[in-house]
Every structure is written in structure tokens, then in C-alpha cells.
Design a protein around this ligand. Structure first.
Ligand code: DON
Length: 307
């Protein structure tokens, strides 16, 4: 376990040096044209601890597209709105399939396996959208994220959202399939417009680490959800947060995490810290390659683990 500020800063510097020196940086997501243009040489890590100064190394003040990391915040909002009724529409099991897979959705009659695969996230967004407009829903989501991060300078990148609206054919297919099974209350273009904008939220690594503090479960952290929900959201991050790479992430890092195709990963060390890493190149699961490697190194060096 890292002791004090200096040793933790040393660990962050070591993790960043190792990442910058790694030649194989993975492949930047290219199915969203705006993301294909991001420079893969970037890397950042940041650690937020309740009541302490956030520490970082690398490009920790460069905003990036949080993409599927946003699903954690939407899940928190959806559970706040409808509570356990959400689970009538979405499961809580790992899918063992890619984030945009359709195969289980057909076999399981339109009930997505979990809220982090795209189909499940579309249903979760649909739940938050019910009774409000996309603008109001995105306003609530931004208010939640800004309150969590303690920072109002967090915005949606409209070009990224539009880029996905133009090219997100699989998500349209998933939404229409959900609708055909009666598992979508709002029109697919409304739900997806909201979903694509939620994915297009941009944050820096330090902002994302700060925004994860509400899941650490410490009295000094922002209290946005109940302790019971904190436990449940972390459990889902551990089992489903990296799609078909969730077992691999649990094995390597031993902590609940949620990835996004923008190359960000939010990892929670229960009772201790919220850690964000960012490197745009992805591995074969669609999760940040260097981000995963960096978190493995970080967990080894700090000894922080739930196991
Ligand atoms: O729906 C999509 O495909 C993207 N907006 C988000 C996917 C994503 O981030 C998957 N995570 N690794």
C-alpha cells in the first residue's frame, strides 16, 4: 500500500513513464469518425481520495470523450428514478459478448444482460428519459456529473455526438429491436439522441477521477447515492464494466472499473480512492490497452484490491 503523498506520486509517475514508453498503443476506435482523429500517443492517470488533493501524471488536463464510462452515471440516475424496477427491463449478468453485440438480445427476447452493454445502456437511458425531454435529461445528467466532480466545466462535445448519430447503425438496430420487444418507452431516435450525447461528455482524467468519488463510499466523498447503491453499482462494474474483458480486468486489476471507447477507464478502490486512466488506443475487447496495463501496474504497486 502506498504511504503518503510522495510514494503515491512516485507510483503515478512510474505508471505514466511505463505507458509513454510502450510502443504497442492499441488501436483508436474508428467506428466513430470523430474518435478516429484522436492522437494515440496520449496517456494520463489521476487518483482522487476523499478529502485529499487529487494527484495525477501525464496528460491529465486534456479532455477526452468518456463514452461508455457515462453509463455509470446514467445507471445511478436511473436507479434513483425507478429503483429496483429497472431490473425488470435489464439484467445483472455479464454478457461474455462485445459491447455492441445483438446475439443475446435476440435469444433473450429483448432484455439486455446488463446496463453496461450498449443494449442495456439504451434501456437505462430510456428509463431516465421517461417523462422528460432529451434536453432536460442531459441537463440532469450533466448536473449529476458536475456535482460528482465538484466542477462545472464539464460539457458535451456536439461534433462527437453528431458523428455517432450519423454512423451508429448498430445502436439504431439495437434500439429498434428493443422497441419490437416492448422494451423501449420512447422513440428510438429520441433515446439514441440522448444516449449519443451522454457518451459525448468530455472530461479530463482529473475530472473523471473526482467524478468517481461518490462511488468510493467514504463519508468525506460527495453523497449522491445511498451506500447500498454504491455497493451494487461497484458490483456491476466489477462483473460487467469491461464487457467480454470483465474477467480479464478483474484478474489483472482486482477492482471494479468501467471503460469507454474514448480510452478512459474509471476504477474504484472501495473506501480509498477513485482512479481514472486514459489512453485512446484500445485492445481487442474495445477497452483502453495502455489504460488496462497501467491499472494492473498501479494495483500491483499500491496493493489496492478488493481481494
Ligand atoms: O454506443 C457506442 O458504441 C459508444 N457510444 C460507446 C461504446 C463504448 O464506449 C464501449 N466501451 N468500451
Amino acid at each position: 500500500m502506498a504511504q503518503g503523498k510522495d510514494s503515491l506520486q512516485q507510483i503515478l509517475d512510474d505508471v505514466a513513464s511505463a505507458a509513454f514508453a510502450t510502443p504497442d498503443r492499441g488501436r483508436v476506435a474508428d467506428y466513430i469518425p470523430e474518435l478516429a482523429r484522436v492522437n494515440p500517443d496520449q496517456f494520463a492517470v489521476a487518483v482522487a481520495r476523499p478529502g485529499k488533493k487529487t494527484m495525477f501524471a501525464g496528460d491529465a488536463h486534456t479532455p477526452f470523450s468518456i463514452q461508455s464510462v457515462s453509463k455509470v452515471f446514467t445507471l445511478a440516475l436511473a436507479l434513483g428514478k425507478v429503483g429496483d424496477r429497472l431490473w425488470a427491463r435489464v439484467g445483472r449478468e455479464p454478457s461474455g459478448q462485445a459491447f455492441d453485440s445483438m446475439i443475446l438480445l435476440e435469444q433473450e427476447k429483448g432484455r439486455p444482460r446488463n446496463p453496461f452493454i450498449n443494449a442495456g445502456a439504451i434501456v437505462t437511458t430510456d428509463t431516465v428519459l421517461a417523462g422528460s425531454s432529451p434536453r432536460e435529461t442531459l441537463g440532469s445528467l450533466l448536473r449529476f456529473v458536475r456535482a460528482a466532480a465538484g466542477d462545472d466545466n464539464i460539457h458535451i462535445n456536439e461534433s462527437v455526438a453528431q458523428s455517432e448519430i450519423t454512423t451508429g447503425h448498430r445502436n439504431f438496430a439495437l434500439a429498434h429491436f428493443l422497441l419490437s420487444h416492448g422494451n423501449l418507452a420512447n422513440a428510438p431516435d429520441l433515446v439514441l439522441g440522448t444516449y449519443f450525447h451522454q457518451c459525448a461528455i468530455e472530461m479530463t482524467c482529473t475530472q473523471l477521477a473526482n467524478a468517481g468519488l461518490f462511488l468510493v463510499g467514504d463519508k468525506a466523498a460527495p453523497r449522491l447515492v445511498s451506500p447500498d447503491r454504491i455497493r451494487r453499482i461497484n458490483a456491476l462494474m466489477m462483473t460487467c464494466g469491461h464487457y467480454d474483458g470483465s474477467g480479464d480486468y478483474a484478474y489483472r486489476v482486482g477492482l471494479p472499473g468501467k471503460s469507454g471507447v474514448g480510452g478512459g477507464i474509471l476504477t474504484i478502490v472501495p473506501g480509498i480512492a477513485s482512479v481514472a486512466v486514459w489512453s485512446p488506443g484500445l485492445n481487442n475487447y474495445g477497452n483502453s490497452k495502455l489504460g488496462t496495463e497501467a491499472m494492473q501496474r498501479f494495483a500491483d504497486m499500491t496493493g489496492w484490491s478488493v481481494f
